[in-house]
Design a protein around this ligand. Structure first.
Ligand SMILES: Cc1cc2nc3c(=O)[nH]c(=O)nc-3n(C[C@H](O)[C@H](O)[C@H](O)COP(=O)(O)OP(=O)(O)OC[C@H]3O[C@@H](n4cnc5c(N)ncnc54)[C@H](O)[C@@H]3O)c2cc1C
Length: 461
């Protein structure tokens, strides 16, 4: 875009959102050039809208100028979805108000820029909570979590974002505002466009308000285990045994030795460095006894039952830090997010280790055992072309194996630019050729001029 035209556009953005909310300097923009897996691209300008009306006017300018738009929350996503070259980037964190907590109908009406942790802090005052809890809850926003269809540690019990969003207000790429869905317990009026927006990765519109289901603070007393094993087959067996005993844990996570070592170093902690570690919450009483027996039968090395809430919280915080701890081990990371049929998780985890040893690289792995969702984090040296290429081969092998096992290439991180090829491969090999065609048509219906987060996700698959 010509310099003068660009300057005129910036001036009009200032008129809409105020000088203090329009960032054009290279140093100011720097904070918006990366996501948390280090995908990089530089926007043309960053605007911090304070109201839906401002978003409408900014989209109007984008339509006029043909400049692409990218809504962004905390930029904590991991696939390149939250960066875009030459874009008008909307930092939505200025719209962070809790509009209404309805303690009879059990929903919260909220703006998209609030972090999930702050939302839960506000809900606690009314005795409620919002269960989906990505490990990034301390920063990630409601809008980002909806647009990514995020999951988290408690999702084995409570489901992911898609299970909690009942209605949205959205500014569409044509500049019009619409409400999707209703803040009701049931609603069958028309196609389910609410859930089309969940996981839309900023490609279909800007979410400006959300109605989310909430539940009373958990009254069931649970206990937290940390259990170690010498091999992955045993952890696979634990998963099968817990499920066939009809125990549905409140939280069910796993970490490998590399993750525990990285955490011990980062947190100056002394967790046991075993091949496999499980973190499991079950109901106090009978379930604790039954789970202990299952761990023992499956050959647990060590079974620790957190003695109080403080110790349980220490385990949780460590798990939340795992990605950042392993990320700091190398200059480059390729973080994976495949999902397997739950009963085949142990088999896949063993495969991850085989791939790591085949290529002579480190692939720390953690994930959500209860959902079959695995996060191998492939480490490489960014400055070494060969190392990057090897990481890529390992990454491809893991994606293909997951697809071949009837799994998915993403459970919660989404596609962004990272997984477009494998989104296609998955849909094609799972009889979804027509599904992909429909998805591409849907993008065109919402956004015929390709303004919103173009060149990514479904469009690029
Ligand atoms: C340490 C760490 C742990 C993590 N753990 C998890 C985990 O357990 N589970 C999980 O699912 N993810 C996890 N993630 C990934 C990430 O945190 C989530 O995807 C998160 O929900 C993204 O929220 P955000 O506000 O940072 O969104 P961003 O990264 O800013 O944006 C993500 C996408 O949402 C779109 N978007 C943002 N706001 C809006 C809006 N208002 N309207 C429309 N589109 C919008 C953006 O355009 C982009 O496509 C983790 C990341 C880190 C760094």
């Amino acid at each position: 875009m010509q310099k003068r035209v660009e300057e005129q556009l910036f001036q009009r953005l200032v008129e809409i959102s105020g000088k203090e909310n329009v960032i054009t300097s290279a140093s100011g923009i720097e904070d918006y050039t990366r996501d948390m897996a280090d995908y990089e691209a530089t926007p043309a300008v960053v605007v911090r809208p304070r109201s839906e009306q401002e978003v409408v006017e900014i989209i109007g300018l984008a339509i006029e100028s043909g400049m692409p738009v990218l809504p962004r929350g905390a930029g904590s996503s991991l696939t390149g979805a939250a960066v875009l070259k030459g874009a008008i980037m909307l930092d939505m964190r200025g719209m962070s108000r809790v509009v209404k907590v309805d303690t009879v109908n059990w929903y919260v009406q909220v703006q998209p820029g609030i972090s999930l942790e702050d939302l839960n802090r506000e809900l606690k005052a009314s005795g409620f909570f919002f269960p989906p809890d990505p490990a990034s809850s301390y920063i990630c926003t409601v809008g980002g979590a909806i647009a990514e269809g995020s999951g988290g540690l408690r999702c084995v019990r409570y489901g992911t974002m898609k299970d909690w969003v009942v209605a949205l207000r959205v500014v569409l790429p044509n500049g019009k505002v619409t409400r999707l869905g209703e803040p009701l317990a049931k609603n069958r009026a028309g196609y389910d466009l609410v859930h089309l927006m969940v996981g839309s990765e900023g490609t279909l519109g800007v979410i400006t308000e959300a109605w989310l289901k909430i539940v009373p603070l958990q009254s069931v007393r649970t206990r937290r285990f940390l259990v170690t094993f010498n091999d992955w087959e045993s952890t696979g067996e634990v998963i099968r045994r817990l499920r066939s005993s009809k125990i549905l844990p409140y939280l069910f996570e796993f970490l490998d030795r590399d993750n525990i070592q990285a955490l011990n170093e980062k947190l100056e902690a002394s967790f046991e460095e075993a091949e496999a570690t499980l973190m499991v919450d079950v109901e106090e009483g009978e379930e604790v006894q039954l789970a202990t027996e299952i761990f023992r039968d499956c050959g647990a090395r060590r079974i620790i039952l957190a003695k109080d809430e403080e110790e349980a919280e220490t385990f949780y915080q460590a798990r939340s830090m795992a990605y950042l701890a392993v990320k700091s081990l190398a200059s480059g990371v390729q973080v994976e997010d495949v999902v397997l049929p739950i009963d085949r998780l142990g088999e896949f985890l063993k495969f991850v280790k085989e791939v790591a040893s085949k290529y002579g690289i480190k692939i720390p792995v953690n994930g959500h055992a209860g959902d079959g969702n695995v996060h191998p984090t492939i480490l490489y040296d960014k400055s070494d072309e060969k190392s990057r290429a090897t990481a890529n081969l390992a990454y491809e092998e893991l994606c293909r194996k997951a697809i071949a096992m009837g799994g998915s290439v993403t459970g919660e991180h989404g596609v962004g630019v990272q997984k477009t090829r494998f989104l296609r491969e998955q849909l094609y090999s799972h009889e979804g050729e027509e599904a992909l065609r429909l998805m591409k048509e849907i993008k065109k219906i919402f956004d015929p001029d390709g303004l919103m987060n173009p060149g990514k996700y479904v469009e690029a698959a």
